[in-house]
Design a protein around this ligand. Structure first.
Ligand SMILES: *Cc1c(COP(=O)(O)O)cnc(C)c1O
Length: 235
């Protein structure tokens, strides 16, 4: 199967999952996770109409997407991997959203760097919902403190757009579902408590579990392998 065939295949699976769960057509966005894949493969998906991409390493994201964004102004890149504070400066030059905000200090650094560039950026708060994943907020109170700071106008260059999670890597569908519903419930609670914030995005679901994620309320699925094939980590 070619990359463009894979893309069409995923899009129709997303549509079916939307239907199955009674969600409006087009309510779920597809992100192509292009980490470890070269620019020419990214361009193949772009030719098929794909505009939203995800990368998880800052260096690689900049190398591939600084030129891509310069020549294709409709492309959008989100950072989805764990982020060190000293890499925020580079990240905000290429990303329109950082999906992996997992601690308060990161917000201060993002605000600092974005205010220098006079650029607004979206963030998602990554929440730890499954036993095996290592990243994401584990304390609801700490996440609540972030949202308080956002509501109080501490970060004028940051748009608190929602939440992200990774389900545990397991064959047990009930555990995967539980991880996604945990995030949805948390998101619903925070939306009530912080009506002033957008908090509209629920980024959950990857190649192996995006249909379950859609049934559980995902608004954005992050799909790599099922579009581009297996990653070659030796490169
Ligand atoms: C790599 C990655 C994905 C995509 O994973 P696939 O299984 O290849 O679809 C999604 N989300 C995050 C955070 C990732 O790091």
């Amino acid at each position: 199967m070619s990359i463009s065939e894979n893309l069409i295949n995923i899009q129709s699976k997303i549509q079916n999952a939307e239907k199955k769960s009674g969600r409006p057509q087009g309510s779920v966005k597809l992100m192509a996770v292009s980490k470890f894949h070269p620019t020419e493969e990214i361009l193949q998906t772009y030719e098929s109409g794909q505009l939203l991409y995800g990368e998880n390493r800052v260096q690689e994201a900049c190398e591939k997407f600084t030129p891509l964004l310069a020549s294709h102004s409709d492309i959008c890149l989100h950072l989805i991997g764990q982020l060190q504070s000293n890499k925020v400066k580079k990240t905000v030059t290429v990303a329109s959203c950082i999906q992996s905000v997992d601690r308060i200090e990161l917000l201060y650094e993002i605000e600092k760097q974005c205010s220098k560039l006079q650029k607004q950026i979206q963030v998602l708060f990554e929440v730890h919902t499954g036993e095996e994943s290592k990243s994401g907020f584990t304390q609801e109170s700490e996440l609540r403190r972030c949202l308080e700071l956002c509501v109080n106008g501490e970060f004028p260059h940051i748009i608190a757009n929602g939440f992200m999670t990774m389900a545990p890597f397991t064959q047990d569908e009930s555990l995967i579902r539980k991880s996604f519903s945990t995030l949805r419930n948390l998101s619903e609670k925070f939306k009530k408590d912080y009506k002033e914030l957008p908090l509209k995005e629920l980024s959950m679901g990857m190649s192996g579990d995006f249909e379950i994620a859609i049934e559980e309320g995902s608004t954005l699925v992050r799909v790599g392998t099922a579009i581009f094939g297996a990653r070659d980590y030796s490169k």
